[in-house]
Design a protein around this ligand. Structure first.
Ligand code: SF4
Length: 57
């Protein structure tokens, strides 16, 4: 499992530099998390001003 970036993403890009494993990249309509790389540390979710990143369910 991995954290998920929802459609609330405003493409601010705040999450990308805080990810320790560089799992976040810019997609066509929002930033996306590579589930194979994400370690579920939660740093991106804490950093997101739009509250667009959710933990695994
Ligand atoms: Fe990167 Fe941690 Fe966010 Fe996963 S939870 S994408 S490892 S910052």
């Amino acid at each position: 499992m991995a954290y998920i970036i929802t459609d609330k993403c405003d493409k601010l890009g705040v999450c990308k530099p805080v990810c320790p494993v560089d799992a976040i990249s810019q997609g066509e309509t929002k930033f996306v998390i590579d589930p194979d790389l994400c370690t579920e540390c939660g740093a991106c979710a804490e950093a997101c001003p739009a509250f667009a990143i959710e933990p695994p369910k």
